[in-house]
Design a binder for this molecule. Structure first.
Ligand SMILES: [Zn+2]
Length: 129
């Protein structure tokens, strides 16, 4: 298996972002250039933890093909406790969410490659009860 493949999986599975050690800004999804420091950027991997707070959200009723079994669903802007903001689906009843709801990252199967048996995971969030 190619190292690059595993690197990708690791990002999806562990909520790892990057940090500019020059100015302390954290990024998710990971970036390899800090927009503030540009050429002076010093980028390192950082674990972002799994908890955050809902800043705003939308309940989406119409849906694309791949989401057709899950509607309506909630997409929220989440401010992670570690700093960065993330837009993600929240797995919950739309009535159970409001601004300020505490959420944590979970990992859901996105799909499976039948021939090679590769399973793709992605990060979603759920309310912390
Ligand atoms: Zn920076």
């Amino acid at each position: 298996m190619l190292p690059r493949f595993w690197r990708k999986i690791r990002y999806r599975y562990n909520l790892i972002g990057t940090e500019c050690t020059n100015c302390g800004k954290k990024f998710y999804p990971p970036r390899n250039l800090c927009p503030e420091c540009r050429r002076k950027s010093r980028i390192a991997e950082v674990e972002l933890g799994e908890t955050g707070t809902v800043v705003s959200f939308t309940v989406i009723h119409d849906s694309s093909e791949s989401y057709k079994l899950q509607k309506p669903y909630v997409v929220a802007l989440i401010k992670l406790d570690s700093g960065p903001s993330v837009i993600s689906q929240i797995v919950c009843n739309p009535d159970d969410i409001e601004i300020g709801t505490r959420v944590r990252a979970i990992f859901r199967k996105y799909g499976e490659d039948g021939e090679e048996g590769i399973i793709y995971y992605g990060t979603k969030f759920e309310p912390v009860i």
